[in-house]
Write a protein that binds this ligand. Structure first.
Ligand SMILES: *Cc1c(COP(=O)(O)O)cnc(C)c1O
Length: 347
């Protein structure tokens, strides 16, 4: 195999959904957030697998993603669109039966004008200031919106990855003030689910936790990435490796060059401090990550490996993210298109 291989365990995604589902009480529905192509792992396969597990509601970022989910899961599921009803979305909202989360007075007007009678939800701003109706707009539009019957009213937590952050409670209070007694409600993504019942309302909408990322520390690992070694060479003292001569050998070293780089989503920022694994043994990345290749020090190995693992049981997406100064979400959604992709648990 000359291409790096990405193994995606849909059974683990399903197990993570079940585990998150078990954290809320029976009347609370557990949906699934599958935006950005199912966090980079293939929205069709992820949505089908989770539908089989019992998920009935899916969330995407934009209407086109909703169309892909509709094709994957058929007519019965509810598909919500976080960006709401954007200009030009009317036809796809109608044909795919999507539920846009209306988030501004302009969107509300557009939805009622362009797709009268079509389902909708409402997104409220409780402090994140990203999307959602402000309190004044909500007060003005609430009567009309409630008369038309929103399927769901949501807001989003800005700091749910830090359970102790005072912003969480503040947003919770604001959400109660804005919505008590109005409709079906949802506030919690993965972080909010972990913060407990007070945040669950009627529906929870986990994303990253399904795919094995923090803050769901107990998540089952979903991805494994194995990268073949192209060649191994001896580097003598004072010789340098890679672009910019960024790394220099102190003593004689064995350097393996592996077949993946930043074009595969192994971002350049991970150069310093990142590791790969030869079996159970960590091997440091040396020099700069280049577009298609990464160099690693394998001097300490008894046997030169044919392939090394970058993601897997020894190093999850958050570990790798830390080495690159980013978050697991970005590592997952950056995973490239050149990998041979292998799915487990599809049927
Ligand atoms: C992405 C997103 C989610 C899912 O968040 P995770 O942290 O991945 O669980 C939920 N709600 C909204 C509004 C989002 O944008």
């Amino acid at each position: 195999m000359s291409a790096a291989e990405l193994f995606i365990d849909l059974d683990a995604v399903a197990a993570n959904w079940r585990a998150l589902n078990a954290m809320s009480s029976g009347h609370v529905e557990t949906a699934a957030v599958v935006k950005a192509n199912g966090y980079g792992l293939d929205v069709t396969r992820v949505a089908r697998r989770l539908q089989r597990e019992g998920a009935q509601s899916f969330f995407v970022a934009i209407a086109d993603e909703g169309l892909a989910v509709r094709k994957a899961v058929g007519g019965d599921a509810d598909i919500y669109v976080f960006s709401g009803h954007m200009s030009g979305d009317g036809a796809v909202i109608q044909s795919a039966g999507l539920i846009p989360m209306l988030s501004s007075p302009e969107q509300v007007a557009r939805h009622f004008a362009d797709t009268p009678g079509a389902s909708f939800g409402v997104q409220l701003d409780t402090g994140m200031n990203r999307l959602g109706l402000e309190a004044d707009d909500w007060a003005a539009l609430r009567g009309d919106l409630m008369a038309a019957g929103p399927r769901l009213v949501i807001s989003h937590l800005a700091c749910a990855d830090e359970a102790d952050h005072p912003m969480n409670h503040q947003q919770l209070r604001t959400f109660h003030d804005m919505t008590d007694g109005v409709a079906r409600r949802s506030l919690a993504a993965t972080g909010g689910i972990l913060m407990g019942e007070a945040y669950h309302f009627d529906l929870v909408r986990p994303g990253i936790g399904l795919y094995g990322g923090m803050p769901f520390a107990d998540a089952a690992a979903v991805v494994r990435l194995s990268v073949p070694v192209v060649q191994t060479r001896t580097v003598r003292p004072f010789e340098t490796v890679g672009y910019g001569n960024a790394w220099q050998a102190d003593i004689e070293r064995q350097i393996a060059t592996i077949a993946a780089g930043y074009a595969d989503g192994l971002i350049r920022a991970m150069g310093k401090g990142a590791k790969v694994f030869a079996g159970d043994v960590p091997c440091p990345v040396v020099g700069r990550v280049s577009m298609d290749l990464i160099t690693v020090d394998v001097t300490h190995l008894d046997e030169l490996p044919e392939a090394v693992e970058i993601l897997g049981p020894h190093q999850g997406v958050d570990d790798l993210a830390e080495a690159a100064g980013t978050i697991g979400y970005e590592i997952l959604t950056s995973l490239g298109h050149r990998y041979g992709r292998h799915y487990r648990g599809e049927h």
